[in-house]
Design a binder for this molecule. Sequence first.
Ligand SMILES: *Cc1c(COP(=O)(O)O)cnc(C)c1O
Length: 383
Amino acid sequence: MVKFIDHCCDGIRQLRPYEAGKPISQIEREFGLTDVIKLASNENPLGPSPKALAAMRAELDGIALYPDGNAFALKQALAAKHGVGTDRITVGSGSDHLLELVARAFLGPGRSAVISRYAFAIYAIVTQGASAELKVAAANPPAHPTQPYGHDLEAILALIDATTRVVFIANPNNPTGTWLGRAALERFIARVPPTVLVLVDEAYVEYVEQPEYPDCSRWLDRFPNLVVTRTFSKAYGLAGVRVGYALASAEVTDLINRVRLAFNPNALGQAGAVAALDDAAHLRATLELNRAGMAQLAAGFDRLGLPRIPSVCNFHTVDVGRPGREVFDALLRQGVIVRPVDNYGLATHLRISVGRPEHNDRLLAALGKVLGKALGRDAGAGG
Ligand SMILES: *Cc1c(COP(=O)(O)O)cnc(C)c1O
């Protein structure tokens, strides 16, 4: 009998698959529940822009035809948004796809990528999937005054060597919600050897309100080794149709595009994304709802006495003080899906996305019940 594991690529043998947020339908089926809510994948509780929905419905009529492989309309819209030529834009099926394309184009056996501990899990998967070596830098300590568990740029720099081709930086990072300021990130990129790509993943850029937070897409002219990725899955509410993109120098863009198969993203995604970019009011409403939801959840976690990592995103990562996986399981039984993060080495934390106000209340009540704590001043008195 052939054992295929002996024949598959080195990196893939060691690869741990991505643990996605559980779908609502699965939990309803498994636990015989109805009315399950999902606060597990940092999706937009408002959904996409009505303009995006209308554009996708209209697109359905043409669905027998392949999409525009060069995504003309989407690239035009993105070029206008960022003030760059379309020769600097690569579109794909979610920004995960772009991460994979960068790994395919630049990593491989004998090469390495550097990430921070607690960095978004996909970086490890695409690196190992390319059979390259993954170097993991120590993160800020839990007692760090402003960015506990955040990226330590000095530690990342120290791991770059002659084999390194890519450094993945999540700004802000998921699952920690931590972020890097303009001066520190700019200095860092300037110190990375020009032969090493710095990929800055800005999946949550729309949510960040800190004045010191940099929009790295402005630095593309200065740093030919910079790649910035963005997504329509988070603030734009289009996770289900998978649209993301990368901005980079024309040369890097050409190389990434060589490994991209022609018809990504799909036709609905392309149409939805173009229309979503044209709805500033929906994005504003999304950010307002998120601001209120982040505060609502933070106040609830404070009342429950649960410390959290300071987050600038649309989720909180809270320390529930006992194995997070057990609390996650107990919450599933209450019909609330959150995200355990023990796979990141955060064994007592849970990552909880902002939902609609009534969903946030339901999560807080369920969490209080599961932890045996009452919400409110008489904490500890109730069951
Ligand atoms: C959600 C997320 C992404 C990308 O998601 P796509 O749906 O593939 O665009 C990328 N990076 C981080 C840090 C994320 O949290």
